[in-house]
Every structure is written in structure tokens, then in C-alpha cells.
Write a protein that binds this ligand. Structure first.
Ligand code: ADP
Ligand code: MG
Length: 368
């Protein structure tokens, strides 16, 4: 399975990162593995295996993969909570987290899955407590905290005096988010912040991430999630399977990887199916054509553009921080080429539909 992280371009970028802080990458990992040794040292578990990835600043990245695939381990290596095995290298905002976690902590906001502060503290007191921890200056502190509460829609006037038990699940999660933002971090790391929330609240949390990024465009978000539909809200997806990266790129590329290209459904008049088959067979972008006995006028195509099929192309796209549109356009471009070929072959009204699997379907194909 090709992954952009294993491309020559990727390793070239990774190599250049070894020699100092990069202004454009928030996170750079080169050949990072993590082996857990149990207390008795009787057994070891390789939670991450040879992970190399470069995450540009200003991106919202969803970290996905089946339970136990290494999402939390990945995030813990970035915060310096765990050290990686010898041999690889990690730079977070240009700093090695294992050697200087304190320096880094001032620039990272960590959103835990569960609310960790005392349940005896009101919303307002909790934020003040966190502000003291981070030495947020007294001057302007009140305004800053009120602004943060406003940004997560927990207005001080309405919610400041409440205790955690007086908040809904979504409100409590937004309070945890507010606490992670008190020191205005450059990198926000959230481990399943939407777990157990209803779809509307989940969407709101992602809207907050987007607002906060748009407010400061260099701010980077790494968000682990079990909810695959949430992939649509992010700029990049990093998918793990059993400790290895199986995909890193814009969301639609995940669908393309699962299908092995783009899936097109072509429908012509029944008697013309054979003619359509021979015409489309000559198109270089067509990887596979299948027919169905039940629907004689329908052809199922797997297509891909030559230029975007290489993992190197994908990595370049990531390096430029390009948005997911590029990949959607590639699917559309394939559709247009197929349509043009059919018209050129004398078909007057062929139907060509680009079919994307759902993220859930793609996920189950990729984790098989
Ligand atoms: P995820 O967050 O994707 O569910 P984790 O990173 O928590 O995955 O776990 C990856 C693997 O490492 C799992 O097999 C898990 O059992 C193991 N693991 C995680 N933390 C520890 C630990 N502190 N000690 C030993 N094994 C661990
Ligand atoms: Mg986890």
C-alpha cells in the first residue's frame, strides 16, 4: 500500500528537518517507533512502528484508526509524556519534546477526553486556575478569559458561576477546550474530544477548532477521533493501523486509496454497452472496467489520473498545505475525460456519475 510518508519526497523533507527548526512545519517525525515495556518487563508492545510524517502549520488534522492502533501514543510522544525508541527523531514546533517538555508545554494546549480539573471549581475559577498555572499576566487576564469563554460559547455572565455538574456534556467538553486555550497555544492536541457527544455537539466542537484556526491561521490542531464522519471537517487525515501510518493526506484521498482510484458508474443504452466498453478500454486513466449481468447498460469503472496516482504528488500537495479540493477535482477530471471519450465515440447522452464510498466504508476497507 502506498503512503505519501514513504515517498522519496517525504524522506527528503524529513531529512532536511533534522538540521534545525522548520518555520513551516508544526510537527516532524522521522522514523519514530514506540515500544511499551510492561512493568515486569516480561512483554513488550510495539505501539508505533517507523512513523515519518510532516505536519504543516495551520492545518487541522484528524488522527484516525481502530482502537489500539496508536493514536494516543502518537499524541503522547508529541507532548513529551512518553519518549520514543532510540533511532527516530521528533520535532514539535522545532523542539524535541522528550528533551524539553517544559519549554514546549507553554506552546501546546492539550484537550483531554475527560475533564480533569476539580469539580468544585466554577467555570470562571477553573479558567483562572489554569491561567495561574501558565503564568498568564494579571494585566488583561480577565478580558482574555472572557474572550475565550465567548469563543466556546460559554459566556461568563451566563455560565461563569456554574459548577461542572451544572453543565451539559457538550458544555463541559467546551470548558475543557477553553482551559486548553488559556495560554494561546500554537498547537492544540485533542484526544477524542468528541467521544460520547451527539452529532450536533460534535459538529460544534469542530466548528470551534476551525474558528480558532481562522482566528490565528498558523495554529495547528491534531484531533484524534473515532467518528469517521468527522474527517470531513479537517484539512488532513492521518490514519494508523496497528502502529503504522496507512494514509496521510487530504480527506478525499482516503476514499481514493480505499477504492484504488475513483469509482465511476457509466450508463448507456443497453445495445451500446459493448461499444462503450471497447472505447473506454483505450483511455489511459481507466484501470478497471466491470459489467453487471443484472444491469446490462451499466459499466463500473475504476479510474485514476497518472499525475496524481504517485504518492509523491500527494506529498507535494500536503507540503503546500493544499486543501482537499485538489483531490475532488481529480475525480471530476476523470469523469470529464470519460464523458468526452464517450461523446467522441458517438454516444449522445451517456450518464457518468462519480461515486464516492462513505468514509465509514473506506475505513472498513482500509482496516481489513
Ligand atoms: P489508541 O489511542 O489508538 O486506542 P493507544 O496508543 O492507546 O491506541 O495504544 C496503542 C497500543 O499500545 C495498544 O496495543 C495499547 O494496548 C498499547 N499501550 C498503550 N499505552 C500503553 C502503556 N502505557 N503500556 C503498555 N502498553 C500500552
Ligand atoms: Mg486513544
Amino acid at each position: 500500500m502506498t503512503s505519501p510518508v514513504n515517498s522519496p519526497t517525504a524522506s527528503r523533507i524529513a531529512h532536511s528537518q533534522h538540521h534545525g527548526a522548520s518555520p513551516e512545519y508544526a510537527v516532524v517525525l522521522a522514523h519514530v517507533s514506540k515500544t511499551y515495556v510492561t512493568a515486569s518487563e516480561a512483554t513488550t508492545r510495539r505501539a508505533l512502528i517507523d512513523v515519518s510524517v510532516q505536519i504543516p502549520k495551520g492545518q487541522i488534522v484528524a488522527i484516525i484508526g481502530p482502537s489500539g492502533c496508536g493514536k494516543t501514543t502518537f499524541l503522547r510522544l508529541l507532548t513529551g509524556e512518553h519518549a520514543p525508541d532510540a533511532g527516530g527523531s521528533i520535532a514539535v514546533l522545532g523542539v524535541n519534546p522528550a528533551s524539553s517538555p517544559a519549554t514546549l508545554r507553554a506552546h501546546i494546549g492539550y484537550v483531554p477526553q475527560h475533564y480533569l480539573l476539580s469539580r468544585q471549581l466554577t467555570v470562571w475559577d477553573a479558567l483562572h486556575f489554569v491561567a495561574s498555572l501558565y503564568d498568564v499576566p494579571y494585566r488583561g487576564r480577565q478580558e482574555r478569559l472572557e474572550g475565550i469563554l465567548h469563543s466556546v460559547r460559554l459566556e461568563r455572565r451566563e455560565h461563569g458561576h456554574k459548577l461542572p455538574r451544572q453543565l451539559s456534556g457538550g458544555q463541559l467538553r467546551r470548558l475543557a477546550l477553553a482551559c486548553a486555550l488559556v495560554h494561546e497555544p500554537d498547537l492544540v492536541i485533542a484526544d477524542e474530544p468528541t467521544a460520547g457527544l451527539d452529532p450536533v455537539t460534535r459538529k460544534e466542537i469542530w466548528d470551534h477548532f476551525r474558528d480558532m484556526r481562522d482566528h490565528r491561521p498558523s495554529r495547528t490542531f491534531l484531533v484524534a477521533t473515532q467518528h469517521l464522519d468527522e474527517v470531513e471537517h479537517c484539512d488532513l487525515v492521518l490514519m494508523f493501523k496497528a502502529g503504522r501510518v496507512v494514509y496521510y493526506g487530504p480527506p478525499p484521498g482516503l476514499l481514493r486509496l480505499a477504492v484504488g482510484g475513483y469509482a465511476l458508474v457509466v450508463e448507456v443504452e443497453r445495445p451500446d454497452a459493448v461499444k462503450a466498453f471497447s472505447a473506454l478500454q483505450t483511455l489511459p486513466i481507466v484501470r478497471d472496467i466491470r459489467t453487471s449481468a443484472r444491469f446490462p447498460g451499466v459499466l463500473y469503472l475504476t479510474v485514476d489520473l497518472e499525475s496524481t496516482s504517485s504518492s509523491e504528488g500527494n506529498q507535494t500537495m500536503i507540503a503546500n498545505g493544499a486543501q482537499s479540493r485538489t483531490t475532488i477535482d481529480a475525480g471530476e477530471a476523470c469523469r470529464a475525460l470519460v464523458l468526452a471519450k464517450l461523446k467522441e465515440s458517438g454516444f449522445t447522452n451517456p450518464q457518468v456519475v462519480l461515486q464516492a464510498p462513505s468514509y465509514d466504508e473506506a475505513f472498513s476497507i482500509l482496516t481489513k
